[in-house]
Design a protein. Structure first.
Length: 393
């Protein structure tokens, strides 16, 4: 098969014999003139250069093709082994997952080596084609999802995912020209090694560092059921060979919260679902909605912590918590408001399904029990309830 790739018309003759004849003629058959030695040496080196170049073209191209097909075959074997054992790709933690993801990355690297001009969409198409041939009636995994995001230095951040089991890689070329896997998130963060995963993620490009390094955000969600899910957001700086972790945060998100991560100047704002002290934070509601904020510095980032979106709802949570614990509540409301709340509620453990507050009034729709409307004392600097109204049950 390799012989078919050899040249059949190089330097005006047939194949390798033609190359050899040219080389021999240049060395031995040059007419004996005063300048002949110089011309013969230059001619000889020219032919030698052609031989070396042709040899490289002959050897490298088939080798790259064979390498890609070999990696694809090993990926197929590993995938089928994992898929037999892992019939629930929402929570797959199979021991061969790291090998499977590595082979997928190596396959993309082989594609990038053979075609350095590949765009992000080309890499996504390549990995989807790699997966498309792995069909079968007994297959458990859905079709693979993938993204490729090109960084400023030409490397690609790759996300791969079967349902809710995924990984993040960086693939790019080295100085020698060949592409390879340069980094994987599982090499740094323990929970991406399937011990407490799985996670799947999306990538958001951040403004570059002052030194020119690329920065990006990995927005990951933990596999699992329910509307409220565990999430992990991490910020990274990529220097071309190493990813430096700038900040990381574990939090909750609501799948019914359609806010998106935003960048306001040098501040990154990530939507979250916060944990309340007094009422249920889980289930089919976005409340209490919050944010995790990150300030980008020259070459790093500073964690600014969490905030609730609604200052009024945070007040209600602190008020309800103090009531249930028998603590002083005089800084939250009048004694009459406190007594009325305790008369209507045995506890405040239900969900808040709706929150409407403007600093003057606060209306809370509860999943269980009546809805509440507080009125605040406008003369006070902080929130202080002077009346409460109960609507329905």
């Amino acid at each position: 098969m390799v012989a078919e790739a050899w040249p059949t018309n190089v330097a005006g003759r047939a194949g390798w014999r033609g190359i050899w004849d040219d080389f021999r003629t240049a060395l031995l058959d040059t007419p004996h003139e005063v300048t002949a030695p110089r011309r013969s040496i230059e001619s000889a080196f020219g032919v030698l250069a052609r031989i070396l170049l042709t040899t490289a073209l002959i050897i490298v191209a088939p080798t790259q093709a064979l390498a890609a097909s070999d990696v694809a075959a090993r990926y197929a074997q590993t995938f089928r082994r994992v898929d037999r054992r892992c019939n629930d790709w929402q929570h797959c933690t199979d021991r061969d997952l790291p090998r499977m993801w590595r082979l997928a990355g190596e396959y993309l690297a082989s594609q990038l080596t053979s075609r350095p001009d590949l765009a992000a969409d080309d890499l996504v198409a390549a990995v989807k084609q790699l997966d498309a041939v792995l069909s079968g009636r007994e297959r458990h995994a859905p079709a693979i999802d993938a993204t490729a995001t090109k960084l400023g230095n030409g490397d690609f951040v790759i996300t791969l995912q079967y349902f809710e089991t995924g990984t993040v890689l960086i693939v790019g070329s080295s100085r020698g020209g060949a592409a390879h896997i340069k980094w994987s998130i599982a090499s740094v963060l323990r929970c991406w090694r399937a011990s407490c995963g799985p996670y799947f993620a999306g990538i958001r490009i951040l403004p570059s560092a002052r030194n020119g390094d690329a920065r990006f955000l990995v927005e990951a969600v933990h596999g699992g059921n329910g509307v409220t899910v565990s999430a992990q957001t991490s910020a990274w700086r990529w220097d071309g060979s190493e990813a430096h972790l700038l900040a990381i945060d574990q939090h909750f998100e609501s799948l019914e919260d359609y806010r998106q991560t935003s960048i306001n100047g040098d501040v990154v704002i990530v939507p979250t679902k916060e944990l309340a002290h007094s009422f249920n934070s889980f289930g089919g509601t976005r409340e209490p909605a919050g944010t995790w904020r990150l300030r980008l510095t020259a070459n790093g980032a500073k964690n600014l912590g969490h905030q609730w979106v609604s200052r009024d709802l945070r007040w209600a949570d602190d008020f309800f918590f103090a009531l249930t614990k028998g603590r002083a509540v005089d800084r939250f409301a009048t004694p009459i408001v406190a007594r009325e709340l305790l008369r209507h509620f045995d506890d405040f453990g239900g969900m808040v399904t709706e929150c409407q507050g403007d600093g003057q009034t606060l209306r809370l729709v509860m999943a269980e029990g009546p809805s509440l409307t507080f009125t605040f004392d406008a003369r006070r600097e902080g929130l202080y309830a002077v009346t409460v109204r109960f609507d329905g049950r």
